[in-house]
Design a protein around this ligand. Structure first.
Ligand SMILES: [Zn+2]
Length: 198
């Protein structure tokens, strides 16, 4: 995600470059598992003091449903609008002083927004940050309409069926059902013994 902007920096304010991106993201962030490339159109606009980077992008990340914890493919869409600042003047190679930069103070301090001495503009870090921001806080299986995650409901139903097969000591069961007469006799013996001990 490197762009040589030496030529663009020599052009007047308002000059534009467009790049169709289809970028492999597998090395971008060890904590993100990408299922597809970064797709979108990147626009580079020469401004008074640098280059304005804009564009709309999409990719896909593997994550887990917040409800059923099954792995899911999460589409991630985001926009970029960032002012990049050249570290050096392209014609002379002279290092630019920060006060020569016209723009937001926070852009000035952000190392991710610096165009290096070789006039390489690198969007990797702003893309990485934008993807994290665009990820849903509670990713879920993609179901349509109201209600809960269908996988979770299915899982709970299965669990319920398992319980119906098994647990003799299920408190719900003893409350609801009559005690087997054979057990009733044993329970009576136990109760009597308990009575004697106290
Ligand atoms: Zn789910």
């Amino acid at each position: 995600m490197l762009f040589n902007v030496a030529q663009l920096l020599k052009e007047p304010t308002g000059a534009v470059r467009r790049h169709e991106l289809n970028e492999d993201l597998t090395q971008l962030d060890p904590e993100l598992r990408f299922l597809g490339p970064l797709i979108g159109t990147l626009q580079l606009l020469r401004t008074n003091s640098g280059i304005l980077v804009t564009g709309n992008f999409s990719t896909a990340v593997q994550t887990n449903c917040n409800r059923c914890v099954e792995p899911i493919a999460q589409e991630v869409r985001f926009s970029l609008e960032e002012n990049f600042r050249p570290l050096t003047e392209v014609t002379t190679g002279r290092y630019l002083r920060p006060e020569e930069f016209e723009g937001e103070e926070e852009d000035l301090e952000d190392a991710a927004l610096l165009i290096d001495e070789r006039h390489i503009l690198n969007i990797a870090e702003v893309v990485r940050q934008a993807i994290w921001l665009a990820m849903p806080m509670y990713p879920g299986c993609n179901w349509i309409g109201a209600g809960d995650c269908p996988n979770l409901l299915k899982r709970l139903t299965e669990l319920d069926q398992l319980e119906d097969i098994g647990f003799v000591n299920d408190p719900r069961r003893t409350a609801e059902e009559e005690i087997d007469p054979r057990w009733a006799a044993l329970l009576k013996l136990r109760d009597d013994a308990g009575g004697r001990e106290s």
